[in-house]
Design a protein around this ligand. Sequence first.
Ligand SMILES: NS(=O)(=O)c1ccc(C(=O)NCc2cccc(F)c2F)cc1
Ligand SMILES: [Zn+2]
Length: 275
Amino acid sequence: SHGWGYEPTNGPDTWAADFPLANGPRQSPINIIPKEAHYDPSLKALKIRYDPSNTKGILNNGHSFQVDFVDDTDSSSQQTSTVPHPVILYYTTLTGGPISGVYRLKQFHFHWGGSDNRGSEHTLNGIKFPCELHLVHWNTKYPSFGEAAEKPDGLAVVGVFLKIGAANPRLQKVLDALDAIKTKGKQTTFANFDPKTLLPGSLDYWTYEGSLTTPPLLESVTWIVLKEPISISPAQMAKFRSLLFTGDGEAPCYMVDNYRPPQPLKGRLVRASFK
Ligand SMILES: NS(=O)(=O)c1ccc(C(=O)NCc2cccc(F)c2F)cc1
Ligand SMILES: [Zn+2]
């Protein structure tokens, strides 16, 4: 168990040894207590603009799976040696809400439990949801995601709770790709997926200053957690739980309980965009 993970030997309680930020002043996730959130009428509505051409692929990274988007302008990503591609005119961007400027979508991924009573990272009044979606964006005032990840206003992650209910048709395309990425390091193509289809009807949100919820736990994330959950069925949850943390040829370990528990608020304010 060399690298960090979610097992007893390398899980969240061991991360501080290699990543001292684990005990920092603005760590994520947190428990959100709606009654203690402050309604802020100056908070703007979230605006998400999606360009269908820039889904790149889907990857099992050994901690979760992620759908990657084209988020860089360097020619290598858009030009092939023989046939030049049309330059991507715009990206999937997040504006408004608590952030200023334009943040670009890099990837989305999920965290989930081994059973329906756990799995989310943020909790509501101490309640865990079975799953949580994270849409990861970076501030385009910085040259790249890696640079932005080092800045206090560098990243913005939209969190969406998933609750057990009817099968969610909007997840189906993602679920159908999971067979091809069962083990760590596997990736496959994934095109023209509109991440906006994963969002609930209401974009009401809570927001607070926090961090990445996995190492390196960088304190560069403006969190935007939506109030309204989306649904996922037990069968769809089972599909998530069929992925493996482990790579080909390793003793298989199911990818479940890949969530960090809530961290101390340390005096931070949680603002609400709604009454
Ligand atoms: N669960 S979450 O939404 O909080 C989260 C989002 C992104 C990352 C990530 O990109 N890690 C790799 C990483 C980290 C720092 C700098 C990088 F360039 C980089 F790729 C980790 C956690
Ligand atoms: Zn996450």
